[in-house]
Design a protein around this ligand. Structure first.
Ligand code: FSX
Ligand code: SF4
Ligand code: F3S
Length: 373
């Protein structure tokens, strides 16, 4: 069995296979001596490659491009060996009726995962029509037959840029559409936002389900907690500069050259929950802040309306230097001075320590609840 399943990674020695498993374990948050054997066992015991049906609705195709740039385990292995991408409107060999047949056969088997990229068009349904069916009909029918549905990218999760006011097509995220217009009030969709969606996240979610034989726990807006449980700010490599009060004041100044914190030129890292500093982009090469641009909070619902103007300071964030003398004894200044953990400081910076209102409460206001079951 083990030899047979090694064909999941053709050309890999046992040593390289285990190394790949180590990287995959890190991706899903497993650590310790049993992490690698656990991933290796799960992959070796796969009876067959998980089948994927991938829909493309209102989007820019960036999520698919990111899939093709995936480095863990690599696009060719990912698409051809590790998963069976039975239907993808942009990346598949068959076309026309053959593609339709592949779609129908897989959906009818009810043995597949459904990945959606792009928003559902609810006000002008014909804005997205594939094979004579609207995105609403395709989404609802396919969701009902899938083992699990993953919305990848901020378009599929929360509507994306095309949902910006006045949202002429009625663009909606998959979960929002299914629970409201779709009439499936308890629909559960795993949201994997960011604009574009990150292929490592999608691989991680699928792998999590395969290894743990259950779906990941979700936060109040449907994101897996194991991936989206921390603020960008908590893991940012410029965090020391934030804590030291060293800020870029305008793009191109000396602070920019020194790699200082981008908060004053609009960085939304203190309010955005995403793993960007850790999983990064394009083969783990970079991410917005490392490239010198502020985070615009693209992992958050309605970021296009609620977090613009993007290059202005986010209101309500307390800086170390802003603390008044009476707050120092209990607040951020004192905590920073004794070097308390980054997450706790993150809470202080976002106002949660001071206002007693968790950021999750803000998320509740932002959009519909996900993960209702
Ligand atoms: Fe949306 Fe994907 Fe933004 Fe694009 O395709 S999440 S527009 S960068 O990448 O759907
Ligand atoms: Fe990094 Fe932005 Fe936080 Fe500054 S504000 S530490 S640049 S995430
Ligand atoms: Fe988006 Fe901010 Fe990450 S802009 S990609 S959530 S760093």
């Amino acid at each position: 069995m083990a030899h047979e399943e090694m064909s999941l990674f053709p050309g890999l020695s046992r040593r390289d296979f285990l190394k790949t498993c180590g990287a995959l374990a890190g991706l899903i948050g497993l650590s310790g001596p049993m992490a690698v054997p656990k991933v290796a066992n799960a992959l070796e015991q796969l009876a067959k490659r998980p089948a994927i049906v991938w829909s493309c609705f209102q989007e820019c195709l960036g999520c698919s491009v990111n899939l093709l740039q995936s480095r863990k385990p690599g696009p060719a292995n990912l698409i051809l060996q590790q998963i069976s991408l039975n239907y993808h409107e942009a990346v598949m060999a068959p076309a026309g009726s053959q593609a339709e047949k592949s779609f129908r056969d897989t959906v009818d088997s009810k043995d597949f995962y459904y990945v959606v990229e792009g928003a559902v068009a609810t006000k002008i349904p014909e804005a997205i029509t594939i094979g004579g069916k609207t995105s609403m009909d395709i989404c609802k029918d396919t969701y009902q037959k899938a083992k699990a549905t993953i919305a990848i990218g901020t378009c599929a999760t929360y509507g994306g840029i095309q949902a910006a006011a006045p949202n002429p097509t009625g663009a909606k995220g998959v979960g929002d559409y299914l629970r409201n217009e779709g009439g499936i009030s308890d629909a559960v969709v795993i949201n994997s936002p960011r604009c574009p969606g990150n292929a490592d996240d999608t691989v991680a979610i699928l792998l999590y389900a395969i290894v743990n034989k259950k779906l990941p726990e979700l936060d109040s807006v449907g994101r897996p907690k194991f991936l989206f449980g921390q603020l960008v700010h908590d893991n940012c490599e410029r965090r020391g500069h934030f804590d030291a009060g060293e800020f870029v004041e305008v793009f191109g100044d000396a602070g920019s050259d020194n790699g200082w914190c981008l908060y004053k030129v609009g960085c939304k890292g203190p309010i955005a929950y995403a793993p960007c500093p850790k999983t990064r982009w394009n083969g783990n090469n970079s991410w917005p802040v490392a490239a010198g641009g502020p985070c615009i909070g693209c992992s958050e619902p309605d970021f296009w309306d609620k977090q613009s103007p993007f290059y202005e300071k986010t209101p309500g964030i307390r800086l170390p230097g802003d603390i008044t003398p009476t707050q120092i004894g209990v607040g951020l200044g004192a905590l920073t001075a004794v070097g308390i953990g980054a997450h706790f400081i993150g809470q202080a910076a976002t106002g949660r320590l001071f206002k007693g209102a968790p950021v999750e409460g803000k998320e509740d206001e932002m959009g519909p609840k996900e993960g209702g079951k």
